[in-house]
Design a protein. Structure first.
Length: 298
C-alpha cells in the first residue's frame, strides 16, 4: 500500500491524457492481499479527479465481489470478468449474482481480459445464457500466455464466434464499443470517412480449431473445437500497409485439427474487414514493442 498514491496517479493521468484511458486496479489476493478495498478507494479517488473510469481486475479477491461492485459506477469496467476462480460473477449454482446484474444495469461494463487464468468455458456459457455479455473483448496477451491459451486477440475473438455471438457482435466489442468504453481520442474503431486509417484485415477461415480455456488451479483446461477462426492477413496504420501476417502468422501456435483442405478457395469464406485497435490501451504503433506491464501469471 505504501506505493499506492492517488495524488501521484492523478498527476500522471493529467500529464499523459493523450494515452492514458483510466485507472486499472488489480485486486486479486496474490497482488493486493487484504488491502483490496483500501487500494480500490485510492484508485476511485484518482480516477474521479481525472474524470476517467476505473477498471477492476477481479478473481480470488480477499473481499467478496459484491463489496467491490458497490464501489463502481457507470462507465467503470470489470475485467477478467469470466474467470472460473473464487469471487466470480456467478454464485455456486452458476446463477448471476444480483449485484452483478445491478452493476450492469447501472452502466458498468464486463470485459473479457482472457489471460492465462481468466477465461472459463463454463462461466462464459452460463453467463451468456443469462444475458451477461461482455461489453468489450480483450485478450490480455502477455509473455506467459502468448503460446497458449491466449495466442492472440484474433483467437480470443474466434472463441466468441464459437460461443454463438455473431461476427458483428464480436468485432464491435473489439473496435467501436471498445473505443467508446474507453473514450479513445481520435475516434478509432470505425471505418467512417475521416477516421484514423488504422485497419486490421482478417480472413474468416473455416475448419476445426482447438480452443483452450485458461488454466484454473490444477484442473485440466477444457478445449472446445470451433469451426471458424479469424486469421489476420494485413495491418494498416495511419493509412500505411504493413506486411502480411499470412496463414502461418495468423494461426501461430494454434492446433488446426481440421481434416479439410486449406488455402484460398478451400476453407476461406472471404476476407472480412474491420477496424481494430489492438489491445486495451495498447496503441497499434506499440504492438511490436515489448510490453512494459503484464499480469502476474495466475
Ligand atoms: Zn488484470
Amino acid at each position: 500500500m505504501r506505493y499506492a498514491n492517488a495524488k501521484l496517479t492523478l498527476r500522471t493521468l493529467e500529464r499523459h491524457r493523450d494515452v492514458l484511458l483510466g485507472v486499472k486496479i488489480r485486486l486479486s489476493r496474490n497482488i493486493a492481499g487484504g488491502n483490496d478495498m483500501a487500494a480500490l478507494r485510492l484508485a476511485r479517488e484518482a480516477a474521479d479527479a481525472a474524470g476517467l473510469p476505473v477498471m477492476v481486475h477481479i478473481g480470488d479477491t480477499h473481499s467478496p465481489l459484491p463489496e467491490i461492485l458497490a464501489m463502481l459506477r457507470k462507465g467503470d469496467v470489470i475485467t477478467h470478468a469470466f474467470h472460473g476462480r473464487n469471487q466470480g460473477i456467478l454464485d455456486g449454482r452458476g446463477r448471476a449474482l444480483p449485484e452483478v446484474v445491478h452493476a450492469l444495469a447501472q452502466g458498468v461494463l464486463l470485459d473479457v481480459g482472457h489471460g492465462r487464468g481468466s477465461f472459463s468455458w463454463k462461466v462464459m456459457e452460463a453467463a451468456m445464457r443469462q444475458n451477461l455479455l461482455p461489453g468489450t473483448i480483450s485478450s490480455d496477451v502477455h509473455q506467459f500466455n502468448v503460446a497458449g491459451p491466449v495466442f492472440d486477440l484474433a483467437t480470443t475473438l474466434s472463441k466468441f464466434l464459437h460461443l454463438g455471438l455473431t461476427l458483428d457482435q464480436v468485432i464491435e466489442r473489439a473496435t467501436i464499443l471498445l473505443a467508446r468504453a474507453f473514450r479513445f481520442p481520435h475516434q478509432p474503431g470505425t471505418l467512417q470517412p475521416g477516421a484514423v486509417a488504422d485497419v486490421a484485415v482478417f480472413d474468416l477461415v473455416e475448419g476445426d480449431f482447438e480452443f483452450p480455456e485458461s488454466y484454473v488451479s490444477a484442473a485440466e483446461p477444457e478445449k472446445r473445437i470451433g469451426h471458424r477462426k479469424l486469421v489476420p492477413v494485413a495491418t494498416v496504420k495511419d493509412g500505411k500497409l504493413y506486411g502480411s501476417a499470412g496463414d502461418s502468422g495468423g494461426t501461430r501456435g494454434m492446433k488446426d485439427v481440421s481434416k479439410r483442405k486449406k488455402g484460398p478457395g478451400a476453407g476461406s469464406t472471404g476476407a472480412f474487414r474491420g477496424a481494430m485497435n489492438g489491445e486495451l490501451g495498447l496503441a497499434a504503433e506499440d504492438a511490436n514493442k515489448p510490453m512494459t506491464t503484464y499480469d502476474v501469471p495466475i
